[in-house]
Design a protein around this ligand. Structure first.
Ligand SMILES: C[S@@+](CC[C@H](N)C(=O)[O-])C[C@H]1O[C@@H](n2cnc3c(N)ncnc32)[C@H](O)[C@@H]1O
Length: 288
């Protein structure tokens, strides 16, 4: 066994002891990041190239700093996004909802479907849709200027690339309750992964100490932002347009109820994440 693989084995034990959820994967990804190779290429790093910075990074992860903050990047569908303090690290659960939206947009008759991403954070959802549905025009709203600066960086990084999704994302620094008034009644699809954790709920250190509070907490029942998203989606969507909103696993029933008590949503549907947990609700604005 080469030195790096041996160190990865020791680091895995260290991270497991620190109760990190996926210790082996994280140790391998840190080793790959520090040595500038892919995860599957760790065995190619010669012993003399071992970088002691590996253990400094492992120490940070053992202190429960999120992996994405240590590497500075998050992988989301086909994207590599810049991530750091002040912005929410996108999660795999959200990839499923984004995939649902991409499928709907690809199946739509609209030549240039208009999309609104409410609370865009790093721009993960908006950029994925722009990359995977090149005909879409995506409006991404974010209220937190620091989070928005990451979205700006990520959109700029993809602006020059072919097929150039960055050029089709428009960012707005605004509260999504009142944003995008010029688009009222014209949007084909509204998507949001808003904050949805009830105030005071227990969360792991990676979340509570590193994700920005504005990305997490949402009133005593966790539903304040979801109610605002429901109202904004109703305002923005054209008749027949669709909304998708992510929520916490136990919140499926109450989120469906938020839409059911709205003005006239059709096809209110519960969807699960890859682990089979309730994760997002979709609904269609009725056609008068
Ligand atoms: C859970 S994070 C999701 C970020 C990104 N969409 C993702 O899935 O990775 C929620 C985001 O919504 C933003 N946000 C919260 N309330 C907002 C509001 N009223 N208006 C606009 N953005 C808001 C937060 O700052 C945060 O960036």
């Amino acid at each position: 066994m080469n030195l790096l693989l041996d160190e990865v084995r020791r680091a895995t034990a260290r991270l497991a002891e620190a109760e990190v959820e996926s210790p082996r994967a994280d140790a391998e990804l840190i080793a790959a990041h520090v040595h500038g190779v892919r995860r599957g290429e760790l065995h190619t790093v010669p012993d003399e190239a071992f970088d002691a910075g590996f253990w400094r990074a492992v120490d940070r992860r053992a202190a429960r700093e999120p992996l994405q903050h240590i590497t500075g990047v998050a992988h989301f569908r086909h994207l590599e996004l810049s991530i750091g303090p002040g912005v929410f690290a996108p999660r795999p659960e959200t990839e499923v909802m984004t995939g649902w939206a991409i499928d709907r947009l690809r199946a739509s008759d609209a030549a240039e479907p208009v999309v609104a991403d409410l609370g865009t954070g790093s721009g993960a959802i908006a950029l994925s849709i722009a990359l995977e549905v090149p005909s879409a025009r995506v409006h991404a709203v974010e209220a937190d200027p620091l989070a928005l600066s990451y979205a700006e960086r990520n959109v700029a990084a993809y602006r020059g690339r072919e097929p150039g999704p960055g050029g089709r994302v428009r960012l707005a620094c605004a509260d999504f309750g009142t944003a995008l008034g010029d688009l009222d009644g014209t949007v084909d699809l509204v998507i949001s992964n808003p904050p949805y954790i009830p105030l005071g709920a227990a969360v792991p250190p990676e979340v509570g100490e590193y994700d920005p509070p504005s990305a997490l907490w949402s009133g005593t029942d966790g539903l304040d932002a979801i109610r605002a998203v429901q109202r904004t989606a109703w305002r923005l969507l054209r008749p027949g347009g669709q909304a998708a909103v992510e929520h916490g696993a136990p919140q499926g029933g109450v989120v469906r109820a938020v839409f059911a008590s709205g003005e006239g949503w059709l096809d209110i549907t519960q969807h699960q994440d890859l682990a089979g947990r309730d994760r997002f609700v979709t609904a269609t604005r009725h056609c008068p």
